[in-house]
Design a binder for this molecule. Structure first.
Ligand code: MG
Length: 171
């Protein structure tokens, strides 16, 4: 059977990611691979980079390849304090192996504190590099929750990511 891509048809896959990590004292705060000055970091088995974890789940979701916990279990000592860019690179390799390229990525970070606007551009640059993408295909936005919920009480940070992958015509 001739694949849809081989027939010149464009194939698009969308993926959704979501993650939450609580704050913890005496940890560095790293979001999208960028170290951000703040008295507390995020608690987790790896470096707890909540933004990158959401991106990994979006990439895996687009390909129906399960979730980050299946690929990088938090019971595995290899991932203790691991740099989450490794997880993104691994997920991106899976995308590339299937012949997809990134159409665009849209990330929303939910944080009452710290203010992320000074770091958004740096975070976009890191994401564009690891995903081998043009900067104008990488969006990163930040919002508070107006003091409501666990984000509003500054108990943790949440992140959402949506990714669109494509292959076929022109690829
Ligand atoms: Mg996580």
């Amino acid at each position: 059977m001739v694949s849809r891509a081989a027939m010149g048809e464009k194939i698009m896959r969308v993926g959704l990611g979501f993650d939450v990590h609580p704050f913890e004292d005496n940890r560095p705060l790293r979001l999208a691979g960028v170290d951000i000055p703040f008295p507390r970091g995020l608690k987790g088995h790896s470096d707890a980079d909540v933004v990158l974890h959401a991106v990994v789940d979006a990439l895996l979701g687009a390909l129906a390849l399960g979730d980050i916990g299946e690929h990088f279990p938090d019971t595995d000592p290899r991932y203790h304090n691991a740099d989450s860019l490794l997880f993104v690179k691994t997920a991106w390799d899976l995308v590339c192996q299937q012949g997809f390229v990134l159409a665009n990525l849209d990330v929303m970070v939910l944080a009452e504190q710290p203010r992320l606007s000074p770091y958004k551009q740096q975070m976009r640059l890191v994401l564009a590099e690891v995903l081998e993408a043009k900067l104008d295909t990488i969006s990163l936005k930040a919002t508070t929750t107006e003091g409501l919920g666990f984000v509003g009480r500054v108990e943790g940070i949440a992140a959402q990511a949506v990714v669109l992958l494509e292959k076929g015509r022109n690829h």
